[in-house]
Design a protein around this ligand. Structure first.
Ligand SMILES: Nc1nc2c(ncn2[C@@H]2O[C@H](COP(=O)(O)OP(=O)(O)OP(=O)(O)O)[C@@H](O)[C@H]2O)c(=O)[nH]1
Length: 201
């Protein structure tokens, strides 16, 4: 744990999914000479402890990076339950590790920064269950802090097969905040996104 790590705050990097638009696993994509997953883990690891990676055991991310990774991998209970299924599995592990909340992000956000974690944390007053970034007129559910106390609600939704993040956020008290650098939220879905970002556009 570093000096700046926030007590009780875990980190969750979602690394499952099919990467259909990218055509290859996004966690292993090279960014600054390293797999994108590791770059993100280092960035948030200055604030979050433990950092957990959520992916199905059958995922390409786990096959490519899991065995040799020093990170803690948490497998989705059910394959095909999407980001919400990953959040439930990893938030359960975060709770068991003694965390009260977790910063959640996607493995396709290479510009994610510890300052983003700090800004969301400042907005996490006692009332909200979840604080997410809201930029460009839209919600960014995979750039947020999720309290462990919201877990039963999310578990029930996954159980019912209700997997939409928008519905999950509506089911708890969600606070939305603007962030000072929207680039932190940049995500890579397809090869052209990666080329654009590498070119600095
Ligand atoms: N643990 C877990 N993570 C997931 C799952 N589905 C998507 N994710 C992650 O959630 C984030 C957003 O995923 P998307 O980009 O919407 O979906 P994707 O499946 O990765 O990509 P597409 O096939 O192109 O839609 C990424 O970090 C994914 O790795 C899942 O079933 N389990």
């Amino acid at each position: 744990m570093t000096e700046q790590t926030q007590r009780g705050l875990a980190g969750i990097i979602l690394a499952g999914g099919r990467s259909r638009r990218m055509g290859q696993d996004k966690a292993a994509l090279e960014w600054d000479g390293r797999p994108m997953l590791n770059v993100i883990a280092d960035a948030i690891g200055t604030r979050c402890d433990p950092v957990l990676v959520a992916a199905p055991a059958s995922s390409q991310a786990y096959a490519e990076l899991g065995a040799e990774s020093p990170l803690r991998w948490i497998t989705d209970e059910q394959v095909g339950t999407g980001p919400l299924g990953g959040i439930v599995a990893a938030l359960t592990a975060a709770k068991e590790a003694g965390a009260a909340a977790a910063f959640v992000c996607a493995t396709d956000m290479p510009l994610v920064d510890a300052d983003l974690v700090d800004e969301l944390l400042r907005a996490l007053t006692s009332s909200p269950d979840v604080v997410i970034a809201h930029e460009g007129g839209r919600d960014h559910p995979l750039a947020g802090i999720y309290r462990v106390r919201a877990l039963p609600v999310f578990e029930a939704l996954v159980e019912q097969g209700e997997l939409l993040m928008t519905n999950a956020l509506d089911a708890v008290l969600t606070h939305r905040v603007g962030v000072s650098d929207p680039r932190w939220l940049t995500n890579i879905d397809a090869p052209e996104d990666l080329h654009r970002l590498r070119a600095g556009a």
